[in-house]
Design a protein around this ligand. Structure first.
Ligand SMILES: *Cc1c(COP(=O)(O)O)cnc(C)c1O
Length: 341
């Protein structure tokens, strides 16, 4: 199988399995797992925040951030296609009791002027704004990199209004590798950040949230409340360390494969999309001569897995477990399917 459904499908590397085997562990609920502690210190250092905490998933990391920043009855400004709004089963409403305020972005980027316009005045009719969320890279926009200047502009607005910014940086290392902007520079535009170890970086489980010491102290209590306090979590934190130490730079290969795929698909009749929209490891296309179900099914018959992301659009996500020859096979398969239609 050539699995292009997501970068979450990546399997742990041999080095990760070795690190898992050798991991020195303890009870992390007591703060006594040396491998978890080492991962958290490394992560905080890499992203330029005071402290970091390991969480089981990106979703829990984002929700802990919302819970830590916001009181119930307040409003969270976010992008209308953002993961926190679109893909987290209304968790921010259910757990934090906040009202989302979705705003339309451009390639996933929220215009600072629009954000400023949406911040609530002090009026008893209105829910106070409590948080601004950004996402980089932006998943549903197609893995697009939100430019550093855009993030800076939103952060400047947030600071002026005394509001925190949470960055859903599930794929922030992809944004950094693709743009050449250091992750620390992106993350300096956010009060807190969540990023995934389990996507393109290849670890089997885990995300990190990072912020100030005070933020992480409170976040640790929320993690416990949600049942996310884990015992010998060093078992998978060990793979997270390998991910951060050895798997970041190779994301460039995934981006090159996505670029190669996009350029080839753009040449085909029966496919519509703008290859210039491909910044990182995600390629989203619209077939015009058949439904996405037909295209997806025909690809699956040839051993190629994709996902339907819109009623008329299909997504290919490159990752460390597909190589250039797999991409070439994918291009050939799409061409053959379209030629027959
Ligand atoms: C995958 C993803 C998440 C959630 O991560 P999980 O570990 O799957 O819960 C959050 N935000 C974005 C942008 C993502 O792509």
């Amino acid at each position: 199988m050539i699995d292009l459904r997501s970068d979450t499908v990546t399997l742990p590397t041999a080095a990760m399995r070795q690190a898992i085997f050798e991991a020195v562990v303890g009870d992390d609920v007591y703060g006594a797992d040396p491998t978890v502690n080492r991962l958290q210190e490394l992560a905080a250092e890499m992203v330029g925040k005071e402290a970091a905490m390991l969480v089981p998933s990106g979703t829990m990391g984002n929700q802990i951030a919302v819970l830590t920043h916001c009181r119930p009855g307040t409003e969270v400004i976010l992008e209308a296609d953002s993961h926190i709004y679109y893909y987290e089963a209304a968790a921010a409403s259910v757990f934090a009791g906040v009202q989302p305020r979705p705003l339309p972005g451009k390639r996933g980027s929220l215009p600072a002027a629009l954000v400023e316009w949406a911040i609530r005045e002090d009026d008893i009719h209105l829910p106070p704004t409590s948080l601004i969320c950004l996402e980089n890279t932006h998943n549903r926009a197609g893995g697009t990199v939100v430019p550093l200047e855009d993030m800076k502009a939103v952060y400047e607005v947030a600071c002026r209004h005394n509001l925190p910014v949470h960055l859903d940086g599930a794929r922030i290392f992809n944004a950094s590798i693709a743009s050449g902007v250091p992750v620390k520079d992106f993350i300096a535009c956010a009060t807190s950040v969540q990023f995934c170890l389990s996507k393109g970086l290849g670890a089997p489980v885990g995300s990190i949230i990072a912020g100030s010491f005070d933020f992480i102290d409170e976040a640790r209590r929320w993690r416990k409340r949600l049942g996310g306090g884990m015992r010998q979590a060093g078992i998978f934190a060990a793979a997270g360390i390998v991910a951060l130490e050895t798997m970041v730079d190779r994301l460039a290969e995934d981006h090159a494969n996505a670029r190669f795929l996009a350029n080839a698909l753009a040449e085909l009749k029966g496919i519509e999309f703008n290859p210039d929209d491909v910044d990182t490891n995600i390629v989203i296309v619209k077939p015009t001569s058949m439904s996405i179900q037909q295209l997806g099914d025909e690809l699956e018959k040839r051993g190629i897995l994709t996902v339907e992301i819109e009623p008329d659009r299909i997504r290919f996500t490159t990752n460390k477990d597909v190589n250039r020859s797999d991409i070439e096979k994918t291009i050939t398969a799409v061409k053959e399917i379209l030629d027959r239609a």
